[in-house]
Design a protein around this ligand. Structure first.
Ligand SMILES: *[C@@H]1O[C@H](CO)[C@@H](O)[C@H](O)[C@H]1NC(C)=O
Ligand SMILES: *[C@@H]1O[C@H](CO)[C@@H](O)[C@H](O)[C@H]1NC(C)=O
Ligand SMILES: *[C@@H]1O[C@H](CO)[C@@H](O)[C@H](O)[C@H]1NC(C)=O
Ligand SMILES: *[C@@H]1O[C@H](CO)[C@@H](O)[C@H](O)[C@H]1NC(C)=O
Length: 499
């Protein structure tokens, strides 16, 4: 029933939408995204071993907003056929999902490959391709095998080889069918979040652990990229990148431009400059500032672990497109005398002595730090185009949270419409954005926000053992966009009133 209503609706609306609007090019790819721990469930089936999220929140359920966990989540391990059907209803060209390391390699190493794990992802890939939907596969999305976390996880330099070995297995199993790859999702959230108690491993180690993790994600990504280059590229001609999480930043006043540029390097540069810039390595100005700070604080080692010249060469240029996860924009300024810097990642930095906030003119959401400022996406795309040598950009995540499970999600619908309009404008400006992937296909386990924060085009009934998925208004709208290949950019909501 939902299938019929979504598809019929989008055919009807497409006729009524004006034809003289800006259109997405025929080759433009629309997608939606998910991640293994957030949707799969089946945390202990077959020979899967626990990952660090399983362990952390089984031990400490109080860390999660609603005390929940991902044991069952959306049960996509069993309901993946329905997930593919939803992609079809939405008219998607791509579906982005991630592979669970401890489901595929229960020991963490390639000495043993799980038959069940292997078949699960193989079936999902084949099922998507049968429907003409391109899989875009994230090799790692936060869920490290606990066995490797016990050895120090991303703070241990050996992880660069553990990850490369795992990636080689993934390529050898699926590269014949998968053409779009993402190595490590949002290392910013993994390292800055994981070592500042915003996620697993839930450490409070922002001076050291965070920066070891930062460097090791860069090397691990590069090693995986080089393996693809050496062993698979000639045969399969796929494309690889690393998705960065990037809020766009603007200065409160023109005097705050310098500290805003530093903030962009702190958020983005530490994870993008080593890979995407011509010179490689850490962003120079930020590196000096952070290392001077470490010295002042009495550390013998620099804050940003130095890259050797060989490592700079290893990492530099390891991308085939730019993968951007974009959500919101923040304003930045330095603290005034006597003022404290913002207390956590989204509110400022004690290292840069900054406060981040929203502009009162921007739209608000149910989440305090999350404002709606669509032009920020276009501004950021321009910044990317002029800062790095990128010939192709895919927006690998974009979406808005609500706390309300309602199926009439007008704010989400308008968010997609207004951010997609900025993508259209950026394309018109001459920036080569070739794809847009919505976060997220359906409500899922949003890490420490549990099932409280909802980002889904589809609502999921988590009290129903069948985890029934129901399209929201935003799903109908998105389905119309993928078919009409335009956005119907009206400010008048009554014109979108099609139910
Ligand atoms: C798997 O975990 C569930 C809880 O989510 C538990 O009820 C079940 O007994 C476990 N199964 C096995 C085989 O350990
Ligand atoms: C944009 O990227 C696609 C995919 O790499 C490429 O085929 C196309 O030529 C690019 N377009 C421009 C204008 O660079
Ligand atoms: C994107 O960057 C390229 C290379 O620097 C430049 O030639 C082009 O004008 C830029 N496009 C836009 C829209 O700024
Ligand atoms: C769950 O699915 C099963 C099998 O399709 C069906 O028999 C059952 O009625 C469903 N339960 C609910 C609560 O929808």
């Amino acid at each position: 029933m939902s299938y019929i209503s979504v598809v019929v609706f989008s055919i009807l609306i497409c006729r009524s939408w004006s034809v003289d609007q800006l259109k997405f090019p025929p080759s433009f790819m629309f997608g939606a995204a998910s991640a293994a721990y957030q949707v799969e469930g089946a945390w202990n089936v077959s020979d899967k071993s626990p990952n660090l999220w399983d362990k952390l929140i089984h031990d400490r359920p109080e860390l999660v907003a609603d005390g929940s966990n991902g044991d069952v989540a959306c049960d996509s391990y069993h309901l993946w056929r329905r997930d593919i059907e939803m992609c079809e209803e939405l008219g998607l060209n791509m579906y982005r999902f991630s592979i669970s390391w401890s489901r595929l390699l229960p020991s963490g190493y390639p000495n043993y490959i799980s038959e069940d794990g292997k078949n699960y992802y193989s079936n999902l890939i084949d099922g998507l391709l049968e429907k003409g939907i391109e899989p875009i596969v994230t090799i790692f999305h936060f869920d490290l095998p606990q066995i490797l976390q016990d050895l120090g996880g991303w703070a241990n330099p050996l992880i660069t080889d553990w990850f490369a070995d795992y990636a080689e297995v993934v390529f050898s199993l699926y590269a014949d069918r998968v053409k779009y790859w993402l190595t490590i999702n949002e290392p910013m959230m993994l390292c800055d979040g994981g070592y500042e108690e915003l996620g697993a491993p839930y450490f409070d180690d922002p001076d050291v652990g965070r920066y070891l993790c930062n460097k090791h994600t860069m090397i691990a990504h590069a090693k995986a990229y080089r393996i693809y280059d050496d062993l698979f590229r000639d045969k399969y001609h796929g494309k690889i990148s690393l998705p960065t999480l990037f809020f766009w930043f603007k200065p409160f006043t023109p005097e705050d431009q310098e500290v805003t540029d530093l903030t962009i390097d702190h958020w983005e540069g530490r994870y993008a400059h080593p890979i995407f810039s011509k010179e490689g390595g850490w962003p120079r100005k930020l590196e000096k500032l952070l290392n001077d700070l470490a010295k002042k604080e009495g550390y013998k080692q620099p804050r940003l672990p130095p890259f050797t010249p060989e490592e700079i060469q290893l990492v530099r240029g390891t991308y085939d497109y730019y993968a951007l996860n974009h959500y919101t924009t923040r304003l930045v300024r330095r603290v005034k005398p006597g003022e404290q810097p913002g207390q956590w990642l989204f509110y400022g930095s004690s290292e840069l002595n900054t406060i981040m906030d929203k502009d009162p003119a921007w739209g608000t959401t149910a989440v305090d730090w999350f404002s709606v400022y669509p032009p920020g996406l276009r501004e950021q795309l321009h910044w990317l185009n002029s800062t790095y040598d990128v010939k192709e950009i895919i927006i690998t995540e974009n979406g808005v949270p609500s706390l309300d499970p309602d199926l009439v999600d007008t704010q989400r619908l308008e968010y997609y419409r207004d951010y997609l309009e900025q993508v259209l404008l950026a394309i018109k400006d001459g920036i080569n954005v070739t794809g847009y992937i919505a976060w997220t296909l359906m409500d899922n386990f949003e890490w420490l926000n549990g099932y409280v924060a909802k980002y889904g085009l589809y609502a999921v009934d988590f009290s129903d053992p069948n985890r029934t998925r129901t399209p929201r208004e935003s799903a109908r709208y998105f389905s119309a966009v993928t078919k009409c290949r335009t956005i119907h950019p009206t400010q008048d909501n009554t014109k979108l009133n099609y139910v």
